[in-house]
Design a binder for this molecule. Structure first.
Ligand SMILES: [Zn+2]
Length: 270
């Protein structure tokens, strides 16, 4: 089955991964800007990273018939330095019109500190001013609910927010209901250990249905699985879900969500 992986960090993955994904049915990815695993030393590192996401990764993916899109942003883990954050945001603005950019992301909170919130508020303002779609990272484990609630409150405080153009990612059992009830798209991350395993993600689909839900591998430089979405497809089949439901989650939903970005041009195969 053809699928999209709407959240994967290809810059950290090998060409062998791209080949395996293509063989498993992947026809498109979207890559949010992310922390490198260590703090970047200055503005030039961010500029080069934005170039990598908009110039180099699309070419690498195209060799395997995979369309590559990306999101640009400043990760909460690096948002403590407010001076640097402001410089990065100013630089980022110059990249938002590049042809494979879907919007601002992944942005969000990690430890929910005042500096993280200040940087996030600026990023949201840039996105809303430019009518960009947004992709949000939500914190891990114990901060998951509090961080998600803080992000939703920031969005609700701004009348310009169009909830149908925002995805709240890394949703889990304790956050997905509020995200869907309040009108947002919900991303479920399939990790081999933490976050949702494919089995847990199928539980969520059984409980909440297939509307406005996407699943992703979020594969990066750490322990993660670039083939997590095909493993989810396999689990969905084992649990008796229809092909139409599976296709909706892994293919049609990402297309519907991405289609709201002015730069998204994807012709489905007949
Ligand atoms: Zn990510």
């Amino acid at each position: 089955m053809q699928y999209f992986d709407p959240h994967i960090h290809m810059a950290s993955r090998t060409t062998d991964d791209l080949q395996a994904m293509a063989l498993a049915g992947c026809v498109g990815v979207s890559e949010p800007a992310f922390w490198a695993g260590f703090d970047r030393s200055g503005l030039d590192s961010f500029r080069d990273y934005f170039r990598q996401l908009t110039e180099w990764e699309p070419k690498r993916a195209a060799q395997f018939g995979i369309r590559h899109y990306c999101w640009l942003g400043m990760n909460a883990k690096e948002a403590e330095n407010l001076d640097l954050s402001r410089q990065v945001i100013a630089t980022m603005k110059g990249f938002l019109d590049r042809p494979n950019v879907l919007g601002v992301g992944e942005i969000g909170l990690n430890k929910c500190t005042p500096n993280e919130v200040a940087t996030l508020a600026e990023l949201i303002d840039v996105a809303l001013q430019g009518e960009e779609q947004m992709l949000f990272h939500t914190p891990h484990l114990e901060e998951k609910y509090r961080g998600t609630r803080m992000i939703l409150d920031l969005l609700h405080a701004d009348a310009r927010t169009d909830r149908s153009r925002v995805c709240i990612d890394h949703c889990e059992e304790q956050t997905i209901r509020v995200v869907l009830d309040e009108g947002y798209w919900a991303g479920i991350t399939l990790y081999p250990t933490t976050k949702g395993t494919p089995e847990r993600a199928v539980d969520l689909v059984e409980q909440f249905g297939v509307d406005r839900i996407m699943v992703n591998s979020s594969a990066d430089w750490g322990p993660s699985d670039p083939l997590a979405v095909p493993k989810f497809i396999f689990q969905m089949r084992r649990r008796g879900q229809t092909e139409a439901n599976i296709r909706r989650v892994v293919y049609e939903n990402p297309l519907t969500f991405f289609n709201q970005s002015r730069n998204f041009q994807f012709k489905p195969a007949e």
